[in-house]
Design a protein around this ligand. Sequence first.
Ligand code: C5P
Length: 236
Amino acid sequence: MHLLIPAAGSGRRMGSDRNKLLLPLFGKPLLAWTLLAAQHSRQIEWIGIIGQPMDWQDFKTIAVELGLVDRIQFIQGGSTRQESVYCGLKGLPAHADRVLIHDGARCLATPELFDRCAEALETTPGLIAAVPVKDTIKVVGEAALIQSTPDRSQLWAAQTPQGFDVKQLLACHEQGIRQGWEVTDDAALFEQCGLPVKIVLGEETNLKVTTPVDLAIAEFILRQRLAVASSSDHQD
Ligand code: C5P
């Protein structure tokens, strides 16, 4: 399976002047945790990191430290996530027929989640990891007035990985460029083209690190995970 990692954003909402994926998280750059999960997936054979040239050197250092250089390709991204993924799709090897796309900022996804999405992608052309929402969601209009309250039992929070047939997703991106669609995930392009997108159960801990609070929560979750792993090692 081919995996594209959009990693060409900035640290604006994190209040940082550098790419947030290079910020330290429990002793490693954030992106290293995302790559570690992909590295331990049984299904991922090739990884394309979509980034900006100013970050190449740091990304390469991370890849070298993880022993991943042979499996990684660096691809230049664009000014939005949508543009970056389009660049990534064009940078895939010609024989890639299915692709998983996973935001670099979702550094807590597990190898099992990658495996589950890759396996499901064998029988469907489009899927996303998602979890049922826990909050009641409000649609809010002008003057902070609520317009409606959608039925929560039908609402899911979209995550990544998202997986697609490469030719179909490329065609959707190209249609989106022609029509001026602006979307925040790839499933939205598939949906707007009338193509089916299936849900694969995601993980509650698969948060997208966006603000300093997310970074603190991610650190807490990693600390817990590593403590559990080392206590079970001692018991073996
Ligand atoms: O900004 P946000 O966290 O929503 O971005 C989601 C993912 O998309 C991040 O991993 C970020 O690095 C990536 N991105 C990108 N190119 C951009 C903007 C964001 O690859 N121009």
